[in-house]
Every structure is written in C-alpha cells, then in structure tokens.
Design a binder for this molecule. Structure first.
Ligand SMILES: CC(C)(COP(=O)(O)OP(=O)(O)OC[C@H]1O[C@@H](n2cnc3c(N)ncnc32)[C@H](O)[C@@H]1OP(=O)(O)O)[C@@H](O)C(=O)NCCC(=O)NCCS
Length: 172
C-alpha cells in the first residue's frame, strides 16, 4: 500500500481485536517487516508453541492487519511477595503505518483488556514512558536486563524479587 494512503487515517479508523490462529500468517509477515533483519518471528512462534502468551491483539485498518501486540506471562518471586509481571513483547507496526498512533492504540487496548497491576517491557526508553513504564535505577527486579534503561516497569512501586519468565525470552 502506498505511504500516501495513510495520511488521512484517523484514530477511529483503527480496529483492534483479539488475534486468532488464522491471523498468524499475517502477523508473522508484519512482525518480520517491522523488525527485520532481527528474527522476531521465530521468537513469537516459540512463545505461542509453549503457550507463554497471555494475549495477542491485532490492529486493522481498512481490513488489513497493520499492527500486533502480545503480552508474555511472567511473575516476580521475592522474599516478601509473589505477583504477576507480564511482559509486553513483542509489539509490531507495519513500517508503512508507523507513527500514526497504532502502536499506542495497541498498548492502551492490551492494558485495558489485561488490566495488569504490574507489567514490564524491554523496549525503547523514549517510547514506553508515555504509557507509564519506568526504569528503576535501584533494580528492584532481578533479571538479565535489570541494569538496562530499556527494562521498564508499569504499576505501583514493585516489591523486590526475581522475574520468572519463559526461557525463550531470557535467551532471546
Ligand atoms: C515502536 C513501534 C511499535 C511504535 O509504533 P507506532 O505505531 O509507530 O507508534 P505510535 O504512532 O503509537 O507513536 C509514535 C511515537 O513513537 C515514537 N517512536 C517510534 N519508534 C520509536 C523508537 N524506536 N524509539 C523511540 N520512539 C519511537 C515516535 O517518535 C513517535 O513519538 P511522538 O508521539 O513523540 O511523535 C513501531 O515503530 C515498530 O513496530 N517499530 C519496529 C519494531 C519495534 O521496535 N517494536 C518495539 C520493540 S520494543
């Protein structure tokens, strides 16, 4: 689709719904387009195979799937608390449709559906704070990315503990 066709898109033109199995092919194509040359399609399919995904949603514009978001199941286990900490991963918007609010709509929709008290993301430090994600310099959560500014948490100040998440994510 030509880039110029996106110019008149309004927020209400974005339709977000749960992904179905029959969407997987289109999701894989857009995930490849968004992340290439990084191979995130294999990562996504591994998470699907091990049933690690809490939910997947797609964004459609004019009937075409142009964005996708999923949350991966995870939890924190600490000396004083155990609680869910799903991870927002992966998130893709077709390069032709980027910068038009589709990524933001997907994030807000998935938050609204899952309503996680806490969630985390390993992503662009300039993008996710707008949704409430914060990097904690004192590293309350023990995980391989704790020291990276890209590792951000949304929700009340988290109680310390270790992040338990799929090996697929830990080794990606
Ligand atoms: C990151 C991504 C999901 C954002 O989706 P989008 O629909 O383009 O974003 P939105 O239209 O909702 O938001 C646009 C804003 O995001 C910012 N943005 C987009 N990509 C960004 C990046 N890589 N780093 C920081 N900010 C980014 C834009 O600068 C813009 O900022 P502004 O609102 O202050 O002008 C999309 O660009 C994408 O799929 N990128 C490739 C895959 C990827 O990196 N996924 C996220 C992995 S953490």
């Amino acid at each position: 689709m030509a880039k110029g066709m996106c110019k008149d898109m309004r927020r209400q033109d974005i339709h977000i719904r749960p992904a179905t199995r029959s969407d997987h092919g289109a999701i894989d194509i857009l995930t490849h387009a968004a992340f290439a040359p990084e191979d995130v399609v294999t990562f996504l399919n591994a998470l699907r195979s091990e049933k690690a995904l809490l939910g997947e949603w797609v964004a459609q514009v004019q009937g075409n799937i142009v964005g996708h978001i999923s949350f991966t199941d995870a939890r924190v286990e600490g000396p004083a608390a155990r609680y869910p900490m799903p991870m927002l991963t992966p998130l893709s918007v077709d390069p032709i449709w980027q910068g038009q609010g589709i990524g933001a709509s997907l994030v807000r929709h998935a938050h609204g559906q899952l309503r996680p008290a806490h969630s985390c993301v390993l992503g662009h430090p300039d993008y996710y704070p707008r949704f409430g994600y914060v990097h904690y310099a004192h590293r309350p959560i023990d995980c391989p990315w704790a020291q990276h500014s890209a590792f951000m948490i949304r929700g009340p100040r988290p109680m310390p503990g270790r992040l338990r998440i799929s090996e697929t994510v830990l080794t990606a």
